[in-house]
Design a binder for this molecule. Structure first.
Ligand code: AMP
Length: 112
């Protein structure tokens, strides 16, 4: 897949406000937050979209959810929303799989 800005963050080539990292995942603050707390969780593996994930990624995908919950708890969020935009038509702009963690304000349902 093509390199992305998240690939460059993952390799430490450009700065980000990293709040968590381990051997498989990284979490950092979204540069353009749409909620008082807006964090992104990415796999170190450059998977383009959720649709591009494979059976071999099952454990990694579960890990990303657990990282998201841990990061949300550490940010003090009791209530939060996870969002994965899958494809340009859903609003995905960076083609390196990422989970948005949104919290710190009332979150309406259904989302737009
Ligand atoms: P999506 O639209 O789901 O692909 O989300 C991409 C997100 O990445 C957006 O919320 C952007 O604000 C965020 N973003 C883009 N560049 C950076 C960056 N350099 N550091 C942190 N967040 C970024």
């Amino acid at each position: 897949m093509a390199d992305t800005i998240f690939g460059r963050i993952e390799r430490g080539e450009i700065p980000a406000d990293v709040v968590y990292e381990d051997d498989r995942a990284l979490a950092f603050r979204d540069v353009n937050p749409v909620a008082p707390t807006h964090l992104l969780v990415i796999p170190r593996k450059p998977i383009e979209t959720l649709s591009a994930a494979e059976a071999a990624d099952e454990s990694l995908l579960g890990h990303l959810l657990l990282v998201a919950n841990r990061v949300a708890a550490e940010a003090g969020l009791e209530n939060y929303r996870l969002v994965i935009n899958n494809g340009a038509g859903s609003g995905q702009t960076v083609f390196h799989l990422h989970l948005h963690i949104l919290g710190g304000r009332p979150l309406n349902w259904p989302p737009g």
